[in-house]
Design a protein around this ligand. Structure first.
Ligand SMILES: O=C(O)CCC(=O)C(=O)O
Ligand SMILES: [Fe+2]
Length: 353
């Protein structure tokens, strides 16, 4: 590993460097490309806030559907407990990949530094040199539909890595569908509405690894964004870092062991005709501890067109608030210049006169 670190200094090769390698090289001053402008740096209030108020919903509670509606209205995000999915194995293989696997083995799974959402081990969310880089490495797995799944692109150690991924993919698909059915009903739609519109789900499972950073106040682990698809389900280790933008303020969501964070994404905002808003969130990093999160995205195929549900715009008082969009176009636009708030979604808004 040390040899790789020594080879990292020239400008061109720095493009390819993984953040973990930089962190382990014990640099005291960060390369310019990671430094956020003052307006987007972590704010002191966000790091000193007392325990989060992001709603926690117990899925065994008879009131849980109503609580989910309230959370979707007020936050666009919530945590669920008693969800029935075991998250220990997936956290272990994710940590094992970043922490215990030699760099040269990790680099066998390296994804291209250009293009977007390609499968494998990478660092850049947006391959646009104007966008400040995140202090994050990731491993993106293309898990569904089965036609996209190429298990040979996934690590083979430990020997049950691929089996754990496959089981987790199935469990998270079912959990997302259960939540989307509650969300559909809460919107006054038939319970299968969102699942049917999305169709053949494109599921990606991304391990996010945020190594310790010598100047955590200057960087973001993941820049502010809303997720693009229908819904995202997030699992974390016990290191703080996830923040949500609520009423103009960043609110830190303290990790809750075994809970899963549900984040409404942009296509649900469009389908709901803006009744529910996708949640803007970001990740902070830590001076001493590594943070891990595992994001499971429930997205439509690129060819699917998403528009406000007809039932929600079919009355004299309810006009469509968004133009319809082909998901593939939405994704290309999003990756072009980076998230920049909700730039891509905002471009679809219809302003009534
Ligand atoms: O690491 C986190 O807490 C956030 C991850 C996230 O937002 C994402 O992967 O889209
Ligand atoms: Fe996200």
């Amino acid at each position: 590993m040390a040899a790789a670190i020594a080879a990292v200094t020239p400008e061109k090769e720095e493009e390819l460097v993984r953040v973990q390698v930089l962190a382990e090289s014990k640099i005291s001053k960060l390369p310019e490309r990671y430094i956020q402008p003052p307006s987007t740096r972590p704010t002191p209030s966000s790091t000193s806030r007392s325990p989060s108020s992001i709603p926690v919903v117990d899925l065994c509670d008879p009131q849980s559907d109503w609580q989910i509606d309230q959370a979707c209205l007020q936050w666009g995000a919530f945590r669920i407990i008693n969800h029935g999915v075991s998250v220990d194995d997936i956290k272990n293989i994710a940590l094992g990949f970043f922490r215990d696997t030699p760099l040269e083995v990790k680099m066998r799974y390296k994804c291209p530094d250009v293009g977007f959402a390609s499968e494998g081990y990478g660092s850049l969310m947006v391959a646009n040199s104007e966008v400040v880089s995140d202090w994050r490495d990731y491993f993106d797995h293309h898990t569904l539909p089965m036609s996209r799944r190429k298990v040979e692109n996934w690590p083979e150690f430990p020997s049950n890595y691929r089996k754990i991924m496959a089981e987790y993919s199935e469990n998270m698909k079912k959990l997302a569908q259960r939540l989307l059915s509650i969300i559909s009903k809460n919107l006054g739609l038939k319970s299968s509405y969102i699942e049917e519109v999305i169709g053949d789900v494109h599921q990606n499972i991304v391990f996010n690894y945020y190594p310790p950073c010598p100047q955590p106040d200057l960087v973001l682990g993941l820049q502010a964004h809303s997720d693009m698809g229908a819904v995202s389900l997030l699992v974390e280790n016990d290191v703080c870092g996830l923040e949500f933008l609520k009423d103009g303020e960043w609110v830190l969501a303290h990790p809750l062991p075994d809970a899963i964070t549900v984040i409404l994404a942009d296509q649900t905002e469009i389908l709901s005709n803006g009744r529910y808003k996708s949640a803007i969130h970001r990740a902070l990093v830590n001076a001493k501890l590594s943070r891990l999160s595992i994001a499971t995205f429930y997205d439509p195929p690129k060819s699917t067109t998403i528009a406000p549900a007809f039932e929600l715009i079919n009355s004299p008082n309810s006009h469509p608030q968004y133009r319809g969009v082909t998901y593939g176009d939405f994704v290309s636009n999003w990756y072009g210049d980076g998230p920049d708030g909700k730039r891509t979604l905002d471009a679809l808004r219809i302003f009534s006169k």
